[in-house]
Design a protein. Structure first.
Length: 116
C-alpha cells in the first residue's frame, strides 16, 4: 500500500494512458472499410482485359519458321548443360521392415537415432 501512496502520480498516469488506449481502439471510424465491395459490372472490358487481348493478338501474329537453325550464329552456340547420372532407386516400400540378407548393415539404422 505504501508503494501506491508514494507513486500515486505514476500509477494515475499509467491508468489514464490505458483508458485512453482502450477508448482509441474501440472508438474507430464508423465508416465501412470492407475489402469485399460490390460494384456494378458493365459489359465493357476492363483495362487489364484489353491489355491481355492486345498481347494475345501480338503473339498470334508471330510465326515460327526454321530459318534460325540455318543461321551461323546458331551454329556457334555451345551447350553448357550437365549430364544427369542415373542413380539407383531405393526400396519399393521404405517403411517396410528390412529383410534378412538385404545387404544393409545395422550401423546404417543408427544414423538417425538420438545422440546420448
Amino acid at each position: 500500500m505504501s508503494f501506491l501512496k508514494q507513486n500515486i502520480l505514476a500509477v494515475s498516469l499509467v491508468g489514464i494512458l490505458v483508458l485512453g488506449g482502450v477508448w482509441y481502439v474501440f472508438s474507430g471510424d464508423s465508416t465501412d472499410d470492407t475489402v469485399l465491395t460490390t460494384e456494378s459490372v458493365s459489359d465493357a472490358p476492363s483495362v487489364v482485359e484489353k491489355g491481355i487481348v492486345d498481347i494475345l493478338l501480338t503473339l498470334r501474329s508471330v510465326s515460327l519458321s526454321g530459318t534460325i537453325f540455318s543461321d551461323p550464329a546458331f551454329d556457334t552456340l555451345q551447350d553448357f548443360g550437365t549430364q544427369i547420372i542415373e542413380e539407383p532407386f531405393g526400396r519399393p516400400n521404405p517403411f517396410a521392415p528390412r529383410e534378412e540378407g538385404s545387404g544393409v548393415e545395422d550401423s546404417d539404422a543408427e544414423l538417425f537415432s538420438p545422440q546420448r
